[in-house]
Design a protein around this ligand. Structure first.
Ligand SMILES: C[S@@+](CC[C@H](N)C(=O)[O-])C[C@H]1O[C@@H](n2cnc3c(N)ncnc32)[C@H](O)[C@@H]1O
Length: 212
């Protein structure tokens, strides 16, 4: 789903910066101060227009959420939605994540969400997949003990790749299904924009939850 770039993106982001953290690397180790409380912090990498993470924030006022989205045009939509809902426990940041350790101290996160991550189908681009071992090493560092990663996709090859990477990385698979919405798993309750679209096309959603 290619997005048309909005005109004056920087200006528009500046107008909608109430829920935007502009320099996330400067908040490393200080995320609880950003939220102003001691609640657990959860992150989503590649949040798109924010439907999923905003739903979680609404449902769990006692948890904090920080969502990363590299595209300014797309994150703008998430920021606008956050303003409409007036939540106190969520921030977004316009950043293409390369090394998660740039943004979080060891053990700073309670959980990580990866939803419909770009598949990067060519082998030579495998390292860019957010479920590549090089990212998993980083997630392991920034998650606290017992912290979980939840991953959803419609893409069979990416799901097989991710499952192998999780296992090779010594992560414990807690829940796994090739048809999330045919189960009673709680992860089906908060959906993403891509999830809704693929479901409306009759595609099955693959899901797994692993513990570090
Ligand atoms: C296929 S879309 C899925 C969006 C959303 N998670 C959903 O399920 O509707 C992937 C999104 O991840 C963003 N993205 C890709 N790589 C990223 C990275 N390394 N850091 C942050 N965002 C990224 C893209 O800009 C895009 O909006």
């Amino acid at each position: 789903m290619r997005q048309r770039k909005v005109k004056n993106e920087e200006e528009k982001l500046a107008e909608h910066n109430l829920f935007l953290v502009e320099s996330p690397a400067e908040q490393k180790g200080k995320w609880r101060e950003v939220f102003g409380n001691e609640n657990d912090v959860y992150a989503e990498f590649g949040c798109g227009k924010g439907q999923f993470i905003l739903t979680l924030a609404e449902q769990n006022p006692d948890r904090n959420y920080i969502a990363f989205e590299g595209s300014g045009t797309i994150v703008l939509r998430a920021l606008q939605k956050a303003e409409e809902r007036g939540l106190k426990n969520i921030f977004f940041t316009k950043e293409y994540v390369k090394d998660v350790s740039d943004y979080f101290e060891a053990g700073e996160l309670a959980g990580i969400y990866l939803n419909f991550s770009d598949p990067w189908p060519k082998d030579r681009h495998a390292k860019r997949r957010l479920t590549h071992g090089r990212y998993l090493d980083g997630y392991r560092r920034i998650l606290k003990e017992g912290g979980c990663i939840e991953f959803k996709t419609d893409n069979e090859k990416l799901f097989a790749f991710a499952s192998e990477e999780f296992t090779n990385n010594g992560m414990r698979i807690l829940e796994v299904t090739e048809d999330l919405h045919g189960t009673a798993l709680p992860a089906k309750a908060a959906t993403t924009e891509y999830e809704d679209k693929f479901r409306s096309e009759g595609k099955k959603i693959k899901y797994c939850k692993v513990q570090v």
